[in-house]
Design a protein around this ligand. Structure first.
Ligand SMILES: Nc1ncnc2c1ncn2[C@@H]1O[C@H](COP(=O)(O)OP(=O)(O)OP(=O)(O)O)[C@@H](O)[C@H]1O
Ligand SMILES: [Mg+2]
Length: 324
């Protein structure tokens, strides 16, 4: 996408990120500091482990919360407007309004249960698979609400692919896994399938590792390879948007960094939305970050701003590990 709009600058110093704590290592879940942070007597440097604790009172803040949502001056891949979602009587999303820009990486962060996966799954209507879900508001894809009754959900999911937390290759060969979506579409010409499988595996950096064993079971691959295979499977059908729900949380740091490099590459061809509990990962891979809390977007801005100069105290408290 060449719109003449400035790309968000790469994230530079993440001044608010703690040296340890949330997301200090790949795949870590933020941990609440235990008790007030005082200058440590056991720390020979005498330095504090983290800035002074200024925990906001979440329930008090919820009452007066006015979200800070940036206006994104870039073409929208998805335009979410006033989205509310209930599981039965429990409202899981409240008035979500934000734009997911094309060919960018957008990260959703926030404490467990805040609605990140629910929001992500709304985009390609994966929540349809859950009983008793009620949704109001809209998610516009090319100006059309994905919740409209005349939407072809299979076509929607072809345009908006998904990669899950736990890699889920089918118990089939490596080749068949990548070719699966194409075959479902009735594309069975061998040479076409072969070309697309090769290209997809090359795009995820897996080709050299598997080219001699395409007919072997995908389940024999390592966890990191399986996750890249699942990404290859997702992109083989050329979706416009790829949703990734904690794609690295089960991976070791080396496999994680491969997937992160891959995300950087893929955004040239796809729009990526990633849920992560790893603050460092969000800061490294994403252009924009939405901080969710109790089913609301508290703040949405360029990632650099979120991690260096957030508008909301609650955002700062979360990314510096004061709660979560
Ligand atoms: N299938 C479901 N049925 C009923 N409630 C659900 C369902 N899925 C999620 N919820 C509830 O909706 C809320 C948001 O859940 P969601 O899974 O979206 O959170 P999350 O931010 O992705 O959390 P995590 O970081 O733990 O993955 C939670 O209160 C959760 O219990
Ligand atoms: Mg989740």
């Amino acid at each position: 996408m060449e719109s003449g709009v400035q790309s968000p600058e790469k994230v530079k110093p993440k001044t608010l990120l703690p040296k340890f704590g949330p997301g200090a290592g790949a795949g870590e879940i933020p941990k609440k500091p235990e008790g007030p942070i005082e200058p440590s007597m056991s720390d020979p440097s005498g330095e504090r482990a983290a800035p002074p604790r200024r925990v906001s009172n979440p329930s008090e803040l919820a009452k007066g919360l006015v979200p800070s949502i940036i206006d994104i001056d870039e073409p929208a891949a998805l335009d979410v407007q006033g989205l509310d979602l209930w599981y039965g009587t429990m409202q899981a999303l409240h008035q979500i309004t934000l734009v997911i820009p094309e060919h960018r990486v957008t990260a959703f962060i926030g404490p467990s249960g805040c609605g990140k996966s629910t929001l992500l799954r709304s985009f390609n209507r994966m929540n349809d698979l859950v009983d008793n879900v009620r949704i109001t508001g809209s998610v516009l894809l090319d100006g059309k609400n994905v919740f409209d009754p005349d939407i072809d959900v299979n076509m929607l999911r072809r345009r908006i692919g998904m990669v899950f937390q736990k890699s889920n290759p089918f118990p089939k060969s490596i080749f068949e896994n990548v070719a699966y979506g194409l075959q479902v579409e009735g594309r069975t010409r061998k040479s076409e399938l072969h070309d697309i499988v090769v290209r997809s595996l090359q795009r995820v950096g897996l080709w050299d590792e598997v080219k001699d064993r395409l007919d072997r079971s995908a389940l024999d691959l390592s966890g990191g390879q399986q996750q890249r295979l699942c990404i290859a499977r997702a992109i083989a059908v050329e979706p416009e948007i790829v949703l990734m729900d904690e794609p690295c949380s089960a991976l070791d740091p080396i496999a994680t960094s491969k997937v992160e490099e891959l995300i950087e590459e893929l955004k040239h061809d796809f729009t990526i939305v990633i849920v992560t509990h790893n603050m460092q990962q969000a800061a490294r891979v994403s252009d924009y970050t939405a901080f969710l809390w109790l089913g609301r977007v508290v703040e949405y801005d360029q990632t650099q701003t979120i991690f260096t100069n957030p508008s909301q105290q609650l955002t700062e408290d979360y990314i510096t590990g004061r709660f979560g």
